[in-house]
Design a protein around this ligand. Structure first.
Ligand SMILES: Nc1ncnc2c1ncn2[C@@H]1O[C@H](COP(=O)(O)OP(=O)(O)O)[C@@H](O)[C@H]1O
Ligand SMILES: Cc1ncc(COP(=O)(O)OP(=O)(O)O)c(N)n1
Length: 267
């Protein structure tokens, strides 16, 4: 059996719903061996972020080198990168190791409002990291911040996707969780055409880590050889099941259920 491998370069969420923890659980559920480089430790629970402790650039680099030099990877995702220095170091390592299937989840702000990316790091994200990415998966506020455009309609979403693609990233997937309406629409732009992935909007507060889980599911599917479009379909099904069967723990926003997709027969 060939083992498929995926790496996450992201922050740790002590509450287990987002970040590295969500990514590794998702990789595991989709049958992919997960490895990690931790960029920051957050003290976090369902009520919010109580502390952010960035790792040194050297620590982030050494974790990537350790995995690359021995284990290798079929796909890689980034999540919380926090600072310009860490983004520049990660971009340099992607180039040095020649990593190809790079999925960038441009994490900026946690649900409770805590900043997970310093404002001044936006430029490095746009100019250093996005040109190396196969896919970027912003939510609507992140797509607005990257494109500099306000998104109020489907047409706005399409224009923002084109503006983000012009930064050099091959596919742009704008997630629709922050929209309104009974159906969620995630929009994929591949540089030529648009594809929409839809699902029933679940009325729940247990949505902590949806973005991390979605991009990790895409990463796992791509590691297994799926096209970006098929990976987006898998990720949409994975997150739909995970939100529908959400886990009611803590007194704030509970995590999604990473077991749900496989329990329903997906793999
Ligand atoms: N209440 C919900 N019901 C169903 N799907 C949702 C819900 N909230 C988010 N999603 C889906 O979860 C994924 C993550 O979306 P989003 O919430 O926009 O990301 P983020 O967590 O980065 O803010 C997308 O596929 C989105 O459509
Ligand atoms: C360590 C860490 N990384 C990322 C996030 C943001 O995760 P996301 O999936 O966007 O979920 P919410 O913050 O919206 O719940 C995080 N909180 N912590």
């Amino acid at each position: 059996m060939t083992i498929k491998k995926a790496m996450t370069i992201a922050g740790s969420d002590s509450g287990g719903g987002a970040g590295i923890q969500a990514d590794l659980k998702t990789f595991q559920e989709l049958g992919v061996f997960g490895t990690s480089s931790i960029t920051a430790v957050t003290a976090q629970n369902t009520l919010g972020v109580h502390g952010v402790y960035p790792m040194s650039v050297d620590a982030v680099e050494k974790q990537i080198d350790a995995v690359a030099s021995d284990i290798g990877l079929d796909a890689l995702k980034t999540g919380m990168l926090f600072s310009t220095e860490i983004i520049e170091a990660v971009a340099a390592k992607i180039r040095e190791h020649g990593f190809k299937n790079v999925i960038v989840d441009p994490v900026m702000i946690a649900k409770g409002g805590a900043p997970l990316l310093q404002e001044e790091a936006m430029e490095a994200l746009k100019t250093k990291l996005l040109p190396l990415a196969l896919v970027v998966t912003p939510n609507i506020p992140e797509a607005e911040a990257i494109s500099g455009m306000s998104i109020q309609s489907v047409e706005d979403k399409k224009e923002a996707a084109k503006a983000i693609a012009s930064l050099g990233v091959k596919h742009v997937l704008i997630k629709g969780g922050h929209d309104e309406g009974e159906i969620t629409y995630d929009l994929l732009y591949d540089g030529e055409s648009f594809h929409t992935f839809s699902g029933k909007r679940i009325n729940t507060k247990d949505t902590h880590g949806t973005g991390c889980t979605f991009s990790a599911a895409m990463t796992a599917a791509i590691a297994k050889g799926a096209s970006v479009r098929t990976a987006a379909e898998t990720a949409k099904q994975f997150i739909q099941a995970a939100i529908e069967d959400g886990i009611h723990i803590g007194s704030g926003h509970g995590p999604t259920n990473h077991w749900a997709y496989r329990q329903r027969g997906g793999c």
